[in-house]
Design a protein around this ligand. Structure first.
Ligand SMILES: *Cc1c(COP(=O)(O)O)cnc(C)c1O
Length: 372
C-alpha cells in the first residue's frame, strides 16, 4: 500500500529512527543527565507517535509538549513515561492532567489561585518555570519565595520540578551565563529553604552543545534529536550527531526546450540555450519556500540542479541540462545525501532565510513520512 501511495505522489520525508535513537543516546552520554525529549508540534512535524515510541524504547526519561491536547495524544498512543506540558493549561483540565500523569507548568504567580481551586484526592505534579531572561513564560525571580511558600501549604500539589529557558544559548555566551547565575541563585535559595524540587532543568539543544554548566540533573532536547543544529550560523554540530531527516521526491516529467523559452508562472526564467527541464511534484504547499524561485537547488544523480522559474503550490521545475540520462522516476533530493553530494537541513533553511525548526514544522501533512 505504502508503495502505491508513494507512486501516486512520490514526495516524502524520510525519518531515520535508528539515527534519532543514537542522537538521544549521545545527548544522554554527553550531559550525564536525564533527557526530556521535546516532541511538541507533532515532534517538529515528523510524527509524535512514532518518534516518541522510538525514543521511549531508547530510554527517554520523559517527554515535553506544548499543550494538553498534545500530551493526551501521547497517552492515547500508549506513551507511558512522564509528560510535561510546557505551555498553558486551562484550570478545568487539571484533573485530567492528574488522571493521566501529565505534569503541568506553573509559569505565572496568579496560577496559585487556580491551583487552590484544585480539589482532588489525586496528586497533581507541577514544574515551576522561572523567567531568568527569556521574558516569555515564568515567574520572576522575586516571586519565587511567595510561590514556593504558597505551594508548600497545598495538599495534593507536588512540586516535581523547577526549570528555566534560555533566550540565546545559540549565540550569546555572556547573557546565557547570566541566566545560569540567576537560576543558580533561585536554586540556592530553595536549597536553604529545603524546598528544592527533585528535577532541575534548563538546557535546550543549543545549551546542550554549548553550556556544560546548564545540565543540572535533566536537559530538554528537541532539534538535536534529529541531528540538526539549532543555529547553523553559529553552531556546527560535531560528527557525534547524525542527520536523521531527508526530504525527497521523484521527477514526473522531463522536457527539452529550445533556447528562449520561458518557464512557469510569470515566465521569469528564460532558457539560455537548448535546455532539459524536469518537473518535480513538490511546491510551496509542501515545504519549498516560494522565495527559492530561480534561486534554490536540489540534487539529481548526485549533481546540483537549480530550481528554475517560480515555485508553484504543488510543483516546480529544475534544470537538468547535460545530466546523465534523466527520466521520470529519478530521485530528487531536497534535503539529504545522494552520491558524493548532500544538502543539509541547515543549508536548505539558511538558503530559505529561515531556521530548520520552521522548515520541519511546516512540512505539509500530505507529504508521506517514511520511517526507517
Ligand atoms: C521547544 C522547547 C525546547 C526544545 O528546544 P530545542 O532547541 O529544539 O532543543 C526546550 N524547552 C522549551 C521550553 C521549549 O519551548
Amino acid at each position: 500500500m505504502e508503495n502505491e501511495i508513494e507512486m501516486n505522489r512520490p514526495t516524502w520525508v524520510e525519518v531515520d529512527l535508528g539515527k534519532i535513537k543514537n542522537n538521544f543516546l549521545k545527548i544522554k552520554e554527553k550531559t550525564s543527565s536525564n533527557v526530556i525529549c521535546v516532541v511538541k508540534a507533532d515532534a517538529y512535524g515528523l510524527g509524535a507517535a512514532r518518534i516518541a515510541k522510538a525514543l521511549e524504547d531508547a530510554g527517554a526519561h520523559a517527554f515535553a509538549v506544548a499543550s494538553m491536547e498534545e500530551a493526551l495524544f501521547l497517552r492515547e498512543v500508549r506513551i507511558s513515561k512522564p509528560i510535561l506540558v510546557l505551555g498553558y493549561v486551562d484550570t478545568r483540565n487539571l484533573h485530567l492532567a492528574s488522571l493521566n500523569e501529565i505534569r503541568i507548568t506553573l509559569f505565572d504567580k496568579d496560577f496559585i489561585k487556580r491551583l487552590k481551586e484544585y480539589e482532588s484526592e489525586l496528586p497533581l505534579r507541577i514544574h515551576v518555570k522561572v523567567d531568568t531572561g527569556m521574558h516569555r513564560l515564568g515567574i520572576s525571580i522575586s516571586e519565587t519565595p511567595y510561590v514556593f511558600d504558597e505551594l508548600s501549604k497545598m495538599k495534593n500539589i507536588y512540586v516535581e520540578g523547577i526549570y528555566t529557558h534560555f533566550a540565546s544559548a545559540d549565540s550569546d555566551i555572556e547573557f546565557t551565563n547570566l541566566q545560569i547565575k540567576r537560576f543558580n541563585d533561585v536554586l540556592d535559595y530553595l536549597k536553604q529553604k529545603q524546598a528544592l524540587p527533585p528535577i532541575i532543568h534548563a538546557a535546550n539543544s543549543a545549551a546542550i552543545l554549548n553550556f556544560r554548566s546548564a545540565y543540572y540533573n535533566t536537559v530538554r532536547s528537541g532539534i538535536l534529536l534529529y541531528g540538526i543544529s539549532p543555529n547553523p550560523q553559529k553552531i556546527t554540530i560535531i560528527n557525534d550527531f547524525q542527520e536523521a531527516i531527508s526530504i525527497k521526491t521523484r521527477i514526473v516529467k522531463v522536457t527539452e526546450y529550445e533556447k528562449g523559452e520561458k518557464i512557469s508562472y510569470g515566465r521569469t526564467y528564460i532558457t539560455e540555450k537548448k535546455s532539459l527541464i524536469a518537473t518535480v511534484p513538490i511546491g510551496y504547499a509542501d515545504c519549498i519556500p516560494r522565495n527559492l524561485s530561480n534561486r534554490g537547488y536540489v540534487l539529481v544523480k548526485g549533481l546540483k540542479a537549480p530550481i528554475v522559474g517560480t515555485v508553484t503550490m504543488d510543483m516546480m521545475m529544475i534544470d537538468v541540462t547535460g545530466f546523465p540520462y534523466i527520466h521520470p522516476g529519478n530521485e530528487v533530493i531536497i534535503v539529504g545525501t545522494q552520491g558524493e553530494n548532500k544538502i543539509t537541513m541547515e543549508e536548505f533553511a539558511t538558503l530559505s532565510n529561515t531556521i530548520p525548526y520552521e522548515i520541519l514544522t511546516r512540512l505539509n501533512k500530505r507529504i508521506m513520512r517514511v520511517y526507517k
